[in-house]
Design a protein around this ligand. Structure first.
Ligand SMILES: [Zn+2]
Length: 518
């Protein structure tokens, strides 16, 4: 988890070498362009963020290894024909959102929700070839070079408002991966990915006309405005009638003579289609959980488990529900079942760790929370680990965890920030309670103190230092009457009187001690 800091440093270093930018030839378009992120950097960025980004997007879909093999085979067939050799890799993610993405360096993912919308193997090839071009033509790397990831970060904030995603709640280093996959590519980059992607699928022996029907499907889906579509593929790849027309022209030029593989695809997704009602029930349960409708969620979760007891995420959802119902023992049973079926998803470990905390089983909780945070460092896990370290009297370790949690969003980050203030206020009160002073017309010193912390404080002592005519410094301590609530200020008579003409810059005040009262 300490790695997060290193990752960030790596990132900042990347941005700092902007001045050293050189001219490189684009491996796909052949165009000369400015660039400072080399192939080794692209591959390293992709590797670093591949795991956490998969976790944020639902984790790997492990129930159907056959489906993963099918997608990997189509990817390999395209990768062999790519203009650029990269360590291409793909996973199927356990999410109903119709989405696919590529990180710099060729690490890719496709959601089961998108596989279900595709009609043929050639349409899958069109999706994958498009993503391969984004990676091969350095589109993501170029966005980093242009500092466009900020836009991605804003998109994350927008998404946080409308879904129950974990994105805003992961610690800072891991958020960068999310920015990479939600970035909006330029119109030129989209045109390039469409055009060169179709040429790539054609070289690999697929019918390029599938890229036209694919775009038509996307336009239809985006017009439906079905739930979740905005946070998926179409946020980063806006579909349009223009793209349909462009693809039609490219297909006409290339010729409609490749493989379509409709039957092959329908066979590959047959089990997924059969399981669709179970996943729909689970999605409805998630929506109910987000609305705090616990009975509604329970009915849907039990329905999903009855339809498909082998799916890990359904048991994970039941665990989440039991946690919310403060039934930690039942939560542990449910998370046990989820972990048995898929040990590679952070949510099950984190959930079981939180349930163990509710039961006061600190050692077990710590081990599970660490395991979860190793997969995806969330504010929830970091804050809980920080509180555990604090209870064990290990302040330094506690601070490390709490600082990581405090940088993220959500209630756990809030709690971490408050805990840090509680720790630091007694030793450095001037960081949290500001003070200033002034003289009234009779030379009486008035002091104002302002509590900038989120906690009520009391027993505040202000030190007043006066630089005298002869150069010596006189010191007095003044007790602040009463207590100060969060963000409250108070002005009071210090009881000290100075010559009325004393210049303001000769008087300095500083809070030297205070106590947290709540
Ligand atoms: Zn695209």
């Amino acid at each position: 988890m300490v790695n997060q800091g290193l990752r960030l440093t790596h990132w900042v270093t990347l941005c700092c070498v902007l001045l050293l930018a050189g001219c490189v030839q684009n491996p796909v378009t052949g165009a000369r362009e400015l660039g400072f992120i080399g192939t080794a950097d692209e591959v390293a960025i992709g590797r670093q963020h591949y795991g956490p980004t998969q976790q944020m997007e639902g984790g790997e879909y492990v129930l159907e290894p056959g489906l993963s093999n099918y997608v990997a085979d189509v990817t390999a067939r395209l990768a062999r024909m790519s203009d650029r050799e990269l360590p291409y890799e793909i996973v199927v993610l356990n999410s109903s959102v119709p989405n696919a993405w590529a990180l710099p360096g060729g690490k890719m993912a496709i959601n089961r929700g998108l596989l279900l919308e595709l009609d043929s193997e050639a349409e899958l090839a069109a999706v994958l070839a498009h993503e391969i071009i984004h990676a091969a033509a350095r589109h993501g790397a170029r966005n980093i070079e242009r500092g466009m990831l900020l836009e991605g970060a804003m998109l994350i904030a927008a998404m946080a408002a409308e879904d129950t995603s974990y994105l805003p709640f992961v610690v800072v280093g891991a958020q960068l991966g999310a920015a990479l996959i939600t970035q909006r590519y330029s119109r030129d980059a989209e045109r390039e990915a469409d055009l060169y992607g179709m040429e790539l699928m054609h070289r690999a022996g697929y019918d390029p006309y599938a890229a036209v029907t694919l775009q038509e499907t996307f336009v239809r889906l985006s017009e439906d405005r079905r739930s979740n579509w905005l946070s998926g593929l179409f946020a980063s790849h806006p579909p349009s009638a223009e793209r349909v027309e462009n693809n039609r022209a490219t297909a006409a030029r290339l010729g409609s003579n490749g493989e379509l593989g409709r039957e092959n695809h329908q066979q590959a997704i047959a089990d997924l289609r059969r399981r669709a009602p179970a996943f729909e029930a689970a999605d409805a349960a998630r929506t109910a959980l987000a609305r705090n409708d616990l009975p509604g969620a329970e009915a849907k979760i039990l329905q999903a488990i009855e339809l498909e007891p082998a799916e890990a995420s359904f048991h994970g959802l039941l665990g989440e529900l039991r946690l919310r119902q403060r039934r930690p023992k039942d939560a542990i049973t449910a998370f046990d079942r989820a972990i048995e079926r898929h040990a590679g998803y952070f949510g099950y470990w984190q959930g079981r760790g939180l349930a163990q905390l509710q039961l006061g089983q600190r050692t077990a909780a710590r081990s599970d929370l660490e395991r979860g945070a190793g997969l995806l460092p969330t504010a929830v896990a970091m804050n809980a680990l920080g509180q555990l370290e604090l209870a064990a009297g290990r302040q330094r370790q506690a601070r490390e965890y709490l600082n990581l949690a405090a940088g993220a969003g959500g209630p756990a980050a809030e709690e971490a920030r408050t805990t840090l203030v509680r720790l630091d206020l007694p030793t450095a009160p001037e960081r949290f309670i500001a003070s200033r002073s002034g003289l009234d017309e009779r030379g009486r010193l008035i002091i104002e103190v302002s509590n900038r912390s989120p906690l009520t404080t009391g027993a505040i002592v202000v030190e007043v230092r006066l630089l005298q005519e002869d150069g010596r410094v006189a010191q007095r301590r003044v007790n602040v009457p009463g207590t100060l609530a969060a963000n409250q200020s108070r002005r009071f008579q210090s009881g000290l009187t100075l010559p009325a003409d004393t210049p303001a810059e000769r008087v300095a005040t500083r809070v030297i001690s205070a106590r947290v009262l709540d």
